[in-house]
Design a protein around this ligand. Sequence first.
Ligand code: N7H
Length: 558
Amino acid sequence: MSHRLNPQDEPVLDVDDIQGNILLGFNKDHQRLIGVSFHEMPSAKAWLRRILPHISSTREVFHFNTLFRLARSRRGGGEAVGLIASWFNIAFSRDGIAKLTSAAQADDLPDTAFVNGLGKDRSIALGDFAPLPADDPTSNWVVGGTGRAPDVLLIIASDSPAQLDELTRVVIPNEAVDSPGAPSIVWQELGETRPDLPGHEHFGFKDGVSQPGVYGLISKRPRVFLTPRFLKPSAAGEVNFAKPGQPLILPGNFVLGYPSNNRNDGTPVDPPPLRQPWFRNGSFLVFRRLNQNVAGFHQFLAAQAAILAQRPEFSGLRPERLGAQLVGRWPSGAPISRVPDRDDPALARAPLANNDFFFGKDTPAPDLLPGVTPPAVFPAALEGANGPVCPHAAHILKVNPRDLASDVGPDFDTLTRRILRRGIPFGQPLKPGSLVDDGAERGLHFLCYQSSIEQQFEFLQQRWMNSAGGPASGGHDIIVGQRPDLHREAEIRAIHPGDRLSEKITAPTQWVTPTGGGYFFAPSISALSTVLAADSPVSALTASRKKRRPAARPTPGG
Ligand code: N7H
């Protein structure tokens, strides 16, 4: 049986109700995160009612993105000058939800990680470092941590810094506009794309290249898919892809109330009943403020590459290539599985080619739908008999082993571990090429959406990135993996792929350090109006129960 859906069975998504950052992503160059705490609940609810109309829906983001793509393609891929959008979304911690409804309702949300919150216990479980075993790793966090989670996290994003400030002014609590006892801002920080290397994170690598596709329709007639399709359906029993390397995953893996994938064969699984109807169309949001020691990372690459280069099998090894082996992609985003020896920016820019690789087999030519222009010809990914090319410890393999069966199951299991990443760098970049720390703070506002923090984000961090044995043996993810003892080692491959020589290298320290974060729930827009911001949540709840529609139940097809 296949996990493919017949197009007529694809669920129609509640795109007016699901917040816009979840399934599509804002993808803006400027994004401000603001933590807010409640004081008096009537004014908190009045503030929420005031800002509710500004929350951006999936439909709004979808239409803008479509317009943006159209404009760019008419300009031959150039800038869509003048097309500017500003978006706003909101999420709540467990305590925030409890204050707006009741502790019982907050604890009904179907995720223990969210209900517990990202305090000492879960931070320790994530492998976060603390000087002494009894210490709380979150004690120095600048936002969140044990007992300090903001009630609300605001995400405001724009193409224009001026528009970002304007929208921020409109949605933040404001004593002049909101009633006395209004909520207050406890933390805020600007995330921005690097001015010197747009789209790249601080270590220098292109980010946001690989995202899963999501099954589901924006509208049934005409049939408009949330995730555009470029490939013919795969054979029965195989994972189905929207474009090469982008598997289609059922929306219930990211949003509550929709079918999700069975871990063993990918077939649709009905959504479990929700304890409160207003949970539908909501999603769990993980926020990790991750500091990056950029100079330290590049010092390590330079020193380690110089040591290895003295050995014949690694002769000529440059720091850039070692870095690419640890990430699985070159700085441009080109996958090393396709170009093991050198970076290839043209490959990185080709959306139908930059994800077109498997880890367990040679990648066949894509079976494109009629009318789709094939990408330029790039070297094929030969990870089969002559592989592996990409080390099993590379970050992108640790978090998405693709076709490889993992330590916990087949490739269908991996689909259920996927997350929707929405991160953006914060802080100014280190001077390019510098190996000297300038003392400035910089890092990544890591953000991701999923329907289970435990089975998705926490699983990836604990079970795969932090461990030497999962998803396939070959060492830790020494870039993003966390260990309380700081010990991480990775096997990297000798310079000639396929010669099966590998070498274990040990990270002398940690270059990514959590300095803040929290677990949040991004509710549906209707849950905000009928329950969370409503004066009387109990009567509103009854009303929303009456209106409740049954969840879409697709049948397996193909
Ligand atoms: Fe990662 N990096 O520069 O090394 N990440 N990541 N990440 N990450 C990815 O495909 C990075 C972090 C994922 O489907 C790329 O977008 C850094 C956490 C996933 O092929 C690069 C930090 C978690 C993918 C980086 C960081 C993940 C991914 C390649 C922290 C989750 C997609 C570009 C500072 C638990 C994999 C791309 C796929 C890709 C980097 C954090 C997960 C370059 C620096 C905490 C699922």
